[in-house]
Design a protein around this ligand. Sequence first.
Ligand code: NAD
Ligand code: DAU
Length: 339
Amino acid sequence: MTVIVTGGAGFIGGNFIHYHLKAHPGDRVVCLDKLTYAGNLSTLASVMEYPNFRFCKLDICDREGINRLFDEEQPDAVINFAAESHVDRSIEDPGVFLQTNIIGTSVLMDACRAHGNVRFHQVSTDEVYGDLPLDRPDLFFTEETPIHTSSPYSSSKAGADLLVLAYYRTYGLPVTISRCSNNYGPYHFPEKLIPLMIANCLNDKPLPVYGEGKNVRDWLYVEDHCKAIDLILRKGRIGEVYNVGGHNEMANIEIVKRIVHALGKSEDLITYVTDRKGHDLRYAIDPTKIHKELGWLPETKFTDGIQKTIAWYLEHRDWWEEIISGEYQNYYQKMYGDR
Ligand code: NAD
Ligand code: DAU
């Protein structure tokens, strides 16, 4: 089949393309990406010349361009990874989050409708459920947990999810949604916690921990997320939401210390900085539904995944050093300069 993957020059989309081309060599994969600050073509360098791969620089909000691409490719499925994805940036400037994450999703679904009700999968996030208290380890997000967002980012993702479900009910568009917890692994943009801490450690720079570092995230190795999406696309029930996560909760400070120790650095690098506004306390996914219905379970343990990730950043310094040498410096100064 022909699959359009949006946002494939980003972290998870890029990992998904590598996974998909290996797992389904008979499929045609068309990557559509606007190449924002978060998109890196070098992530896709090794597959660029594959005969069954095409890259197209395109904005998901560009209705005409999207319809033209659908006319050319006649896709069987669309997987929408394209998004503005960083919570801190959404707090600084929400507008582009609403445009890409909500309007862009509707443009893609309109094209799906206009081209024979193309199968559509929306890559969403556990952040649409808001947060859980730190002192109730018995509570988890299920697919029935009410939407209750905290940041402009999560609100825009929740808006998109509601639209996706509306297109299913109103127009019968064959949709699914996955809501995953925090991913980590190769090609992760160094503005996010794990790659930022690895890059700063390697450059002996301070490690900025928000608040007291007690906030908890539920970490999943990115390849496990890719496998879950692939399963949902092929075997998931239409109109359904699937939570994806592997019961791997850790406080931020614990993660940072692990990275410091793995790289043989000193904990003196850790610097507590002003907390994120509206900072969600704890995320924790209950993955029972995807396990029972589709047999999905995470395969990579955190101890192995974090080792593989650190090794990848050590072996691919050129990938992330190029990123942090450019516009990223202005971003870093703005976000952390006098925090
Ligand atoms: P990312 O920021 O690394 O990549 C986003 C990609 O989308 C980039 O390549 C960017 O160029 C592209 N893009 C942005 N705006 C676009 C537009 N208007 N048109 C076309 N392309 C555009 O993000 P990520 O971390 O890989 O996240 C991918 C998806 O997964 C997002 O939808 C995000 O909400 C979701 N998600 C992420 C995580 C996580 O831990 N990173 C967890 C759960 C869900
Ligand atoms: O849960 C899924 C979500 O995970 C995705 O939907 C988002 O796209 C993705 O960015 C991620 O959101 P978070 O806000 O959880 O990720 P981030 O890496 O930005 O931060 C993780 C935690 O680390 C959070 O509690 C804030 C904290 N943090 C982050 C940065 C960048 C710090 O303490 N210091 C930092 O410098």
